[in-house]
Unconditional design. Structure first.
Length: 264
């Protein structure tokens, strides 16, 4: 991985937008700092198209798409997105409503079955706001041993589900999208951005294993420094690494991009 100081002005000026993860990337211990939020506003004011891309629930995405200076909120690891429309938001979901309801009912049954098998693992506290997955807390409020996480993923796969592992959660779903494919679909649906253009002109910032699809897909990728804790679980990591961690790392990346784009 390169240091942030090695990023060129040409690479920074080529960018049209920035896709970024939330927990561990923009957020510090789950909180949005003034430094990170100010960085978002500065990037937006500079004309960059901002896309939040997270494993967090659709309910969260609906809120931040309304309130933050972003073009899109991509949630639940790419399954469901929201774009701003005047004072409201419009959902983007490639699954028809009836099929979505059916999948949700199947997920509830699957979660009950996994709960009976793994009595020491709890559901994350944000599940009430979710549509496309059920999520287990493995590192936010509860610390689950890695061997038990591996066993839980294996059991979910046996029941026909896919899983995504983040720094704090294990997501279980029947959807086929990941963060990269979901972001590309939402950018095309909401703003007419062709996938090839998005991969070339948008950069990605992340910190954990469920960001790997974006690290692999986007041409320019950044990691905040705390990603070193998860490098052992990544086949493909970010190209460029910040010096700082968490939201401070995001702000450092933002400041570097802005300075290079302005020629200072």
């Amino acid at each position: 991985m390169k240091r942030l100081s090695e990023l060129t002005a040409e690479a920074a000026r080529h960018l049209q937008g920035l896709v970024f993860d939330l927990d561990g990337t923009l957020l510090t211990d789950g909180r949005l700092t003034l430094e990170a939020y100010d960085a978002l506003h500065q990037l937006s004011a500079a004309g960059l198209h901002l896309v939040a891309c997270t494993g967090r629930p659709a309910g969260w995405g609906e809120v931040i798409a309304r309130q933050w200076p972003i073009a899109l909120a991509v949630t639940e690891n790419g399954a469901i997105s929201f774009r701003r429309d005047g004072v409201g938001v419009v959902p983007i979901d490639r699954i028809p409503p009836a099929d979505r309801d059916d999948r949700r009912q199947r997920l509830v049954k699957l979660a009950d079955e996994l709960g009976r098998q793994f009595t020491n693992v709890e559901l994350a506290d944000d599940n009430r706001a979710r549509c496309s997955d059920v999520t287990f807390d493995i590192g936010e409020r509860c610390k689950v041993p890695s061997a038990e996480v591996v066993a839980l993923r294996r059991a979910a796969a046996t029941l026909g589900a896919r899983t995504f592992l983040s720094s704090i959660h294990l997501h279980v779903t029947f959807d086929t999208d990941d963060k990269a494919s979901g972001t590309l679909f939402a950018l095309a649906a909401a703003h007419g951005v062709e996938p090839s253009a998005a991969l070339s002109r948008y950069a990605f910032v992340g910190d954990s294993a469920n960001d790997e699809a974006c690290f692999s897909a986007f041409r320019t990728t950044f990691g905040v420094a705390n990603i070193v804790d998860h490098c052992g679980t990544l086949t493909v990591g970010p190209q460029v690494l910040s010096e700082a961690s968490w939201g401070a790392g995001f702000a450092e990346i933002a400041a570097t991009l802005l300075a290079l784009r302005e020629g200072s």
